[in-house]
Ligand binder design. Sequence first.
Ligand SMILES: Cc1cc2nc3c(=O)[nH]c(=O)nc-3n(C[C@H](O)[C@H](O)[C@H](O)COP(=O)(O)OP(=O)(O)OC[C@H]3O[C@@H](n4cnc5c(N)ncnc54)[C@H](O)[C@@H]3O)c2cc1C
Length: 367
Amino acid sequence: MDIAIMGAGLSGLACAITLEQHGVTPHVYENRSRVGDRFVSAEVLFSFISRPVKDCIEYLSEQFHLYLQPLASVQNLLIYSPNAAASIDGYLGFTNLRGREQESFEAQLSRQLKTPITLNSQKSYEQLLREYTHIVMATGDADYGVKTNNFRKDFTVCIKGAMVEGSFDRNTVRAWLNYDASPGGYGYLIPISEQKANIVIAYSEHRTGVVRQMEPSWDLFKGLVEKELGQTLRVTDHFEISQYAVGICNEGRIGNTFFVGNCFGCIMPYLGFGQFASILTGVYAAYDLLGLGKYEELTAAIRQSYENSLVLRRSMEQLTNKDLDLVVGFLDGYWGDKLLKTSRFDPFKVASYLLRPYVKLKVGATS
Ligand SMILES: Cc1cc2nc3c(=O)[nH]c(=O)nc-3n(C[C@H](O)[C@H](O)[C@H](O)COP(=O)(O)OP(=O)(O)OC[C@H]3O[C@@H](n4cnc5c(N)ncnc54)[C@H](O)[C@@H]3O)c2cc1C
């Protein structure tokens, strides 16, 4: 069995390490000049996203011997709508780094891999197919899936983010639900240190059928963040992504090709979380290759969770700023604690179950 892994990101590296742990050496191809050679950004692993797993870092370590160090634990989540705010306190998950830094998740994983990675790879999927018996598609995008009609693209998102300097609490993550700034989407602040943070807005590009310019939205959002923090933030680096595809593959495996990470459909349509699921799909593809399980069965829960999250997204997109005030007001106190912190059930599953008839009615009527 000759295995090529296309992409040395979270899912590709998790797959490669798992194979190595079981005595199989794959060949990892990365088209950039080094692992994580992209903008530096902060991301978050919330335990309410990964239920029933409460602590993703511990789970990856205990179950799969994948060792990751986060930046900090999240002890406070503040959510703002135009005229309401919710504060949820207690252990909620972790913040972590991505991109070029030594401590980014991809850099940490690459240090756990013994086999050298082939960098600056120009090899196409078709070339790899001729040279290897098995391919793991881990390029972090839907390009090949779309090309081969194996990806259901549900919507595209534009994302703008910046690294800012100011004064921050390392354990507090903030989120903004304000459709004047990010229509149908959201904005957030994740601290990297006491002096640095990442601020980001993300929203669906075609929600209103009109592609909005990002600049006015960004200025509005940055103003909201600065007002809330009572600080002027200095931008030191920024990035902008358009046409970021969110969708899911029809088949996780076609022939001897496995689709993992974002190629599988690991980005949760509501709130864009995908790290934990991406790592899991990498491990699960390795398990299938090793004869330890069936990829489609192992990924069934991730597929279901994608669909649940899509229902939530579709229903959130229907709301107005006034509705958002009600949602955020509801999350402040008992229900926020119950849903996001203390409870054992999956809030996306519950929300999807409750909202599905509403979405069918509203979206079904317009599509
Ligand atoms: C701005 C932003 C914020 C996010 N925030 C969060 C968050 O807070 N929490 C969360 O859980 N998730 C978040 N996500 C989602 C998460 O980052 C992704 O789901 C996850 O990184 C996907 O892992 P992956 O392995 O599929 O792709 P990646 O980790 O992106 O890796 C793909 C790799 O493939 C390489 N590659 C691409 N094309 C080729 C090719 N042709 N040949 C060889 N190599 C190739 C790339 O260079 C890259 O190294 C965020 C995403 C973005 C964009």
